[in-house]
Design a binder for this molecule. Structure first.
Ligand SMILES: [Ca+2]
Ligand SMILES: [Ca+2]
Length: 496
């Protein structure tokens, strides 16, 4: 096979280059320039000592093109060798040129107004900026193109680098790993009307990854090994979005202290991330499959490029306990009425009513089934229960919320005192011949008024019961005033 002599080819290329230079017919001033492409890990558009030259982005070769802006023609080009430093390219005098970096090959003489130079870098690669010479200021827009005028021999510098990748994480956690007590220095965001629970990000329950619960990822320049950007490695993470029912708090230390992750003005940056400084809150009722807790986050590398946001998801084995909006107990005559409401329910079978007089021994009084559909609700549901047989004196009540899978959670305890005086009984009503009053413990006087407020009758109470003669009363309304040392009660009686 005949082997070509490379020398004539090089000569032919020079001729082609010269043919591409527009001739104005006047004397031409010619200078030669070169371009250097380097891996700008820290994004400062300066080739720092440890930043190598680059001739390719992976499998893609790199080229630079010089376009004379007045004609929009490519007047010279060079391919970048592995050293990152191109051959010299020729310039004639002219007011304005643009030098561009591309992975696409174009012929000299190409008109870029009809065939624009594609400066898009392969996936994962980013321009960090361009400059001419080491002292000159960089182009404000990192886009692989730099417009300049005038001759000179200073090389052109193109910084490129690869973006980082955060690790997607998914945890399955027992809902018992969640707490209602925040770590020291963190605020308690829970309230009776909107209850929440929390898990610190360094909790051992967040397991299954080499970096446990920490945010993590890698970057080809900064931390190339898998997950080697994580807690304590000086890494910046960006919180990109929050799931419903999730809130995050981070302790920045110093004067900044604990801050809530706030996305109202875009992704939330946490520089020099530390796993010990993050607390994850979940709203009660949430957490299980279909209503997971979590957020999305990205890693930001030393050059300032944020990678794609990935999910950090926590699924709890059961929903965080039902969210009780309120729970009240009140005595009314001979009965005690309990009422409560839920803001949301997950897997809720219903509520066992428990009563005690000593806060140690509890007995079940009945069961109220959940009003939700199959235990699941995202709207307010109201419940009532009436205890017709409370004990005299102190009654303690609590709700035992029971899940379909047998798990249960107790509500706070409510106390109702039924004093003997509250059970006074007047009968019959309407009255005809006599009015009987029983259970009058503590009553000192009895007074009877007519509908106009005139006192008709007054007597001292003697014992727990009394009989008031009514046979001479006219038909109508009467008021029976039972007077105690510490107050009085008014009862309305009809005479028929
Ligand atoms: Ca640099
Ligand atoms: Ca990087």
């Amino acid at each position: 096979m005949h082997k070509l002599n490379p020398l004539p080819i090089r000569l032919a290329l020079v001729l082609v280059l010269l043919a591409g230079i527009p001739c104005t017919g006047t004397a031409q001033v010619v200078s030669s320039v070169s371009a250097s492409v380097f891996n700008d890990a820290n994004g400062n558009v300066t080739k720092d000592g440890s930043e190598p030259g680059l001739g390719t982005t992976g499998s893609s070769r790199l080229y630079v093109y010089i376009v004379r802006n007045s004609t929009t023609l490519i007047v010279d080009s060079a391919h970048i060798p592995s050293s990152g430093l191109s051959k010299s390219m020729s310039l004639i005098s002219g007011p304005s040129y643009t030098i561009s970096l591309s992975t696409v090959q174009y012929a000299i003489g190409t008109n870029v107004s009809s065939t624009p130079i594609d400066r898009t870098l392969p996936s994962g690669w980013y321009h960090t900026g361009e400059r001419r010479g080491t002292a000159a200021s960089a182009d404000a827009t990192p886009d692989g193109a730099f417009t300049f005028s005038g001759l000179g021999t200073s090389p052109f510098w193109f910084g490129i680098q690869r973006g980082p990748a955060a690790d997607a994480k998914a945890y399955l956690v027992s809902n018992t790993a969640f707490s209602t007590t925040p770590p020291a220095g963190f605020p308690d965001i829970s309230s009776p009307s909107d209850p929440w629970m929390l898990i610190p990000m360094n909790d051992p329950a967040l397991s299954g990854y080499t970096t446990s619960g920490s945010l993590s990822g890698s970057d080809p320049e900064d931390c190339p090994l898998a997950s080697s950007c994580n807690t304590g490695t000086g890494t910046t993470f960006m919180i990109d979005s929050l799931y419903d029912d999730t809130r995050l708090f981070y302790d920045f230390g110093g004067t900044t202290g604990v801050q809530e992750v706030d996305l109202s003005s875009g992704p939330f940056a946490i520089a020099d991330f530390r796993v010990n400084n993050m607390v994850i809150w979940g709203r009660k009722g949430a957490g299980a499959t279909g209503r997971e807790l979590g957020f999305t986050y990205a890693l930001r590398d030393a050059a300032g490029t944020s990678g794609t946001a990935v999910a950090y998801t926590i699924t709890t084995t059961a929903p965080l306990p039902v969210a009780l909006l309120h729970f009240n107990a009140s005595g009314s005559g001979q009965q005690v009425v309990l009422d409560w409401a839920t803001a949301s329910e997950q897997n809720n079978k219903g509520f066992e009513i428990e009563r005690s007089t000593d806060a140690r021994h509890w007995s079940s009084q009945g069961f109220i089934s959940s009003k939700s559909t199959q235990g699941k609700s995202n709207i307010r549901l109201n419940y009532t229960y009436s205890d017709q047989t409370p004990e005299q004196g102190r009654n303690l009540y609590r709700l035992k919320q029971v899940d379909y899978d047998g798990r249960m959670t107790h509500s706070p305890v409510r106390v109702v005192h039924l004093s003997p005086g509250s059970q006074v009984c007047l009968f019959p009503n309407p009255a005809s011949e006599q009015l009987f009053i029983s259970n009058m413990q503590g009553v000192e006087q009895i007074a009877v008024y007519d509908a106009n407020g005139r006192l008709l009758y007054r007597q001292k109470a003697a014992g727990d019961n009394a009989i008031i003669p009514f046979q001479h009363m006219n038909k109508g309304t009467y008021y029976i005033h039972l007077i105690r040392e510490n107050g009085a009660a008014l009862h309305t009686i009809m005479k028929q």
